[in-house]
Design a protein around this ligand. Structure first.
Ligand code: SF4
Ligand code: SF4
Length: 149
């Protein structure tokens, strides 16, 4: 893998190893979201998919994820370019928008734990959907996310 490959390689041209390495391991895309019916605006909650390991912030069923969870959308270059529900810290979205990766991204820092130290990941901030009734989701807005999906 060439150094800083994400700076000069289009998303479509990344190989499988580079594509996976681009994921920062934040887990934010696995937060459940709710939509305001009037405005259409999406809000993140602090409730995560039951298949997320909330300590490692990694999917426990990565290969089966789209079968197990119909709402789990596989990130592709097209998704990265067009889907505003991806967090604005998401590395795929940043690269798609021609923006640099932040210092805390593991590819830049060289340390997978930097995403946790920078307080970007969902570690220690979330609860599994297994413990939350869907009607209670509005009580779980993720106010710690200082961004709008
Ligand atoms: S938000 Fe993007 S970078 Fe973070 S875990 Fe999801 S796909 Fe990976
Ligand atoms: S199935 Fe895995 S990748 Fe998909 S939302 Fe759940 S934890 Fe995230």
């Amino acid at each position: 893998m060439s150094a800083r490959f994400w700076e000069d390689t289009p998303l479509e041209a990344l190989d499988a190893e580079q594509w996976e390495a681009l994921c920062d391991g934040c887990g934010r895309c696995c937060l459940l979201k709710i939509e305001d019916e009037d405005s259409g605006r999406l809000f993140y909650t602090d409730v995560v998919c039951e298949y997320l390991d909330s300590d490692r912030c990694r999917c426990t069923r990565y290969l089966d994820r789209c079968l197990l969870v119909p709402d789990c959308i596989k990130v592709t270059p097209e998704v990265a370019r067009t889907q505003r529900w991806l967090p604005n810290t998401c590395a795929y979205r940043l690269v798609a928008e021609g923006k640099p990766l932040p210092d805390w991204h593991p590819l830049v820092s060289g340390d997978p734990a930097s995403v946790h130290r920078a307080d970007i990941s969902v570690r220690d901030k979330v609860i599994s959907e297994s413990y939350v009734h869907p009607d209670e989701l509005p009580e779980h807005l993720a106010h710690w996310l200082d961004e709008k999906p």
